[in-house]
Write a new protein. Structure first.
Length: 310
């Protein structure tokens, strides 16, 4: 079973990542559109992308993310927290696409630290992948951050996700950058600078997350009165948003010595910098590696469950 050829994928709102694997080896990778931008049905889009891969006779496919939502291929109802990989595997749903078995992974639901409902799809697979890659995370209580469009702060206790809270940091930044006066004068086309980001962290650290809205308008004032460049302005805005998110996480989860950040790259680096500024260490786990390890863990558990059911 471990040497079967399989198709695995993370199909989110804005992008699709597919891998053709044999055992732990990746034979090929292919990217595609997210579920929000499809021009054909999810099934047909999937079949178009994996057409030539069928020559390798894959045993099946397993997909996580928004593909299992009401916006995607078919609804895979959330698994409630606390939940481990086995609990998620038990709630997978199985489809068929032109004779190829397809498994959809459900997301997780919880009551967040503010007492409100919260959900995730796709991030749970990365969390379980991080646990598989670093078995030390399977023991005790740990806090994991998953930067992205909707940043997730996730608590894991003895291998189970016990709760999480979502902050739409990436989405807020994108909307402000593309549609607000804060980015007027070239901000929409500018990449944020490191200097601007550091200033944003400094300002939010000095005045607190409760002053976020007031500090945000300085993005505009600094450009008009101080000659701040668009790059510095966008870096400043990013620093404010991420700094406020990190500050709130410390309030919700208590004293934090270290955080596991899932997702290498520029955004993950910004969270590492923001955490360091408040004295919190961070270990970084590559997002692709976490997805692959998590899907392997869920797939293996699902296969064992199906075998036992027989």
């Amino acid at each position: 079973m471990d040497q079967d050829v399989v198709i695995v994928g993370d199909w989110g709102t804005s992008r699709l990542r597919l891998w053709l694997r044999q055992g732990k080896s990746v034979i090929h990778r292919r990217d595609g559109p997210g579920v929000s931008t499809l021009t054909e049905t999810p099934q047909q889009t999937f079949l178009n992308l994996v057409g030539d891969w069928r020559e390798a006779s894959p045993a099946g496919a397993i997909l996580c993310g928004m593909v299992g939502s009401s916006l995607g291929w078919s609804l895979a109802p959330y698994a409630p927290c606390p939940a481990d990989a086995a609990a998620v595997a038990q709630r997978t749903i199985r489809l068929e696409a032109d004779g190829l078995p397809v498994t959809l992974v459900p997301g997780l639901s919880c009551v967040n630290p503010l007492g409100g409902p919260d959900v995730m799809r796709g991030e749970e697979t990365q969390v379980f992948g991080a646990l598989a890659l670093n078995p030390a995370l399977q023991r005790g209580r740990h806090l994991l951050a998953l930067p992205g469009t909707h940043n997730k702060w996730t608590v894991v206790e003895d291998g189970k996700v016990t709760g999480f809270v979502t902050a739409p940091v990436g989405e807020t930044f994108a909307l402000l950058k593309q549609r607000s006066t804060l980015a007027a004068g070239g901000g929409a086309q500018a990449e944020g600078s490191a200097e601007g980001f550091a200033l944003g962290l400094e300002r939010i650290g000095a005045h607190g997350a409760q002053r976020l809205l007031h500090l945000m308008f300085e993005t505009r004032g600094r450009q008009l009165l101080d000659g701040t460049s668009p790059a510095d302005a966008m870096g400043y805005l990013s620093g404010l948003l991420i700094g406020a998110d990190v500050a709130a996480a410390r309030d919700w989860f208590g004293p934090i010595e270290a955080v596991t950040v899932i997702g290498a790259g520029p955004l993950g680096d910004l969270y590492v910098k923001a955490l360091a500024r408040v004295g919190v260490g961070a270990a970084v786990v590559d997002g692709d590696a976490a997805v692959l390890a998590g899907l392997s863990s869920i797939s293996r558990t699902s296969a064992i469950s199906r075998f036992q059911d027989k």
